[in-house]
Design a protein around this ligand. Structure first.
Ligand SMILES: [Zn+2]
Length: 159
């Protein structure tokens, strides 16, 4: 795996979190008001900051290179994602069953029987593999939503 990046994503580019989680990256969304908290957290947990806020880039830990940060240029989520992939040279592997897209917890494998009551019947009929988030208890499978997202991600990576 090319660099095991971990991320902290500023709320102003919050949509990036889902893409990164889909690629299997541990990604926090920072929702606080105090930027210094985000920088401290990045420093403590060795996370790369993604933000559109130029003020953050001027903070000492960032400007001095102790914390890695990417200033996102576009306000279009797909272009934002392309910038991150390019700048950090991400390997564009999809690891969609690794991290919860909603809350960033590591997913756990479940058998079909375990999820039978909790997924729509047509899903149960057609899907073999399921993962569950221990945090929000969302169940994941390779449905149409997943396919649409992975196609977009493929597009982003192939340019
Ligand atoms: Zn979750």
């Amino acid at each position: 795996m090319t660099g095991s990046f971990r991320f902290i994503v500023d709320e102003n580019v919050g949509k990036l979190a889902r893409w990164l989680r889909m690629m299997g990256y541990d990604t926090l969304i920072f929702t606080g008001v105090d930027d210094s908290q985000m920088v401290t957290r990045a420093l403590d947990e060795d996370r790369v900051i993604l933000t559109r806020d130029t003020q953050i880039m001027r903070r000492r830990a960032v400007a001095g290179g102790r914390v890695a940060a990417v200033l996102i240029r576009s306000d279009n989520p797909e272009r934002q994602m392309r910038q991150v992939v390019e700048v950090l040279n991400l390997d564009c592997q999809f690891r969609p069953f690794t991290v919860c897209l909603e809350c960033n917890q590591l997913l756990e494998e479940r058998s079909r029987e375990q999820v039978q009551e909790r997924v729509p019947p047509y899903v149960f009929q057609t899907q073999q593999r399921y993962m569950e988030c221990p945090g929000c208890h969302r169940i994941y499978w390779r449905g149409t939503h997943w396919e649409a997202m992975s196609k977009k991600l493929e597009n982003i990576c192939s340019r």
